[in-house]
Design a protein around this ligand. Sequence first.
Ligand SMILES: Cc1cc2nc3c(=O)[nH]c(=O)nc-3n(C[C@H](O)[C@H](O)[C@H](O)COP(=O)(O)OP(=O)(O)OC[C@H]3O[C@@H](n4cnc5c(N)ncnc54)[C@H](O)[C@@H]3O)c2cc1C
Length: 540
Amino acid sequence: MATTKTHALNEWDTLHNNGPFPLKTLYITELEGDGNMPDKLDRYNDAAKEIQRLIKETHEANQGFRAYGSAWSMNHIASHKDRMHYNGFMNIHMPIEPKNCHTHTSFDASNLFLFECGTTIKRVSEVLSAHGKSLKTTGASNGQTIAGCISTGVHGSALNVGAVQDYVVGLNLIIGPNPEDIVYLERHTQPALNNAFAEKINARIIRNDGLFNAALVGLGAFGFIHGIVIEAEPRFLLKRYVKKIDKDLALELAETLDFKNSAFKIPEETSADGSGNTPYHYKVFINQYSKEPKYVVELMYKKPYHPNYADPFPIIKQSLYRDLIYLFTKMAENFPKSIPWLVKRLRKSILPTVDDTLTGTLPEIFWDAPYQGPAFACSVGVNHTDSAKALKVLADLTNNEGPIPGIFAMRFVKQTKATLGFTKFPITCMLEIDGVLWKKTKKIMSLNEYSKRIIEVLKANNIPFTIHWGKASDWAFPGLVNHMYGENAVKTWKQHRHALLSENMAKLFSNDFLANTGLAEKDINQDNDFPTDEELIASL
Ligand SMILES: Cc1cc2nc3c(=O)[nH]c(=O)nc-3n(C[C@H](O)[C@H](O)[C@H](O)COP(=O)(O)OP(=O)(O)OC[C@H]3O[C@@H](n4cnc5c(N)ncnc54)[C@H](O)[C@@H]3O)c2cc1C
């Protein structure tokens, strides 16, 4: 039997100390050992029973329940003041066999894998590599859990791929304590697994695009995600270049993404007619305090896999251009006597020397995150065509009303199908500012005030935007979520959630984050033209 340790606590915090937040009870479930229960499916189903027992116990105590992964989200999205569940020991993985695939599936069975919620991206990549496969994209580093990633919509900078949730093809949710509360969701237009597989995990199957897309970026509020079926792809290599280029050219590329006709070219990455190739990944690093005329840009080009490439780790380990917090903390080394001291230093400092070119697999390049201390991150999504304008507006805010101890970067991500995915533009530019946490003084506004000003200036400049669900914002800003996604998308998400979950369970899986953002409540006005609950969760 899977067993759960129960700890009575007063508070809980994220990895980067964005809390603390109140908590009464922490649950930690460990799987039965494979010596006692050798069959993976048995262990998986046994864990599901244990989660249902915890949900029942929590419900009977009239409390709320929230699962969390690596606590890498830098706000209160993973927190619940009553009971929280740590998933890190729930890490079973199963390759999907052809006999488990749906008759009409368009997926190649050899690319499909089921991962239990608490499996970290690092572990997922190790498992896939052993099968000669790779994830299509990840964040800048690898410590998040797979369920944590999709719940907030984690992205890298993959121009033609999307975010992590965009290669998910099936979701196994536990939405309550009863036998019918184990469900397996897929898109009806893209079925992956057959009913026989769903039966093996005791799941009721629902094939419905609307419900699937709503649950995909579920903010931890669509029940307990037990398993996630992903589509991997054959392992590939990335050739990575880090260059300093003129600001105007870097921003022109951000706005147009026209690598073919740009004046910027990497000689090895051009086609026969001399035009530039479109990279797999484009990222711009920006020290908004410096007058340096150049930005550092990172580009990666996809190459077929072969085993004879030079070991990338000597460069990767030294690389400052990995994740933004790390670059910032290295630039701010010996931080800080004070924020003004730090900013003075940033004004004088140019972005560090660029790295050598290297080649590696996706998990080798998007590797471990080295920084562990207190940190903040704000990240807004805008249409890439608005990227230069949005950067100017936010850099001006940071310079004129700040300073804020952080620096900016831009990444670019293909559009998601998730109803509330923040990468919602045809190509979203994720404009992020990361740095160390600071205390408000008479001269320096608080993080919440800064986050509020971000929203205000983007609105004042008529730049449509979204905000990364796992990062800092003034999440209680009135009408924020409707402004970002439009009333229809918000209503669609809420109605699907309330159609799938019973009233009791919708309450149990809500938290303060959901209440602050106005997403906890079901819309009262059910228009006549809006589908009924039965239609929303019908298997199509
Ligand atoms: C060093 C660092 C680097 C980062 N880099 C990136 C990046 O490159 N790109 C990017 O987009 N983001 C990035 N982030 C943000 C981070 O990746 C996301 O916030 C991610 O969601 C965290 O995953 P997690 O496993 O820690 O989930 P948590 O933060 O623990 O939880 C996130 C959400 O998932 C829910 N959840 C988790 N497990 C379950 C489950 N089993 N069932 C239901 N709900 C569940 C939680 O309730 C919560 O709502 C970074 C953060 C850090 C600290």
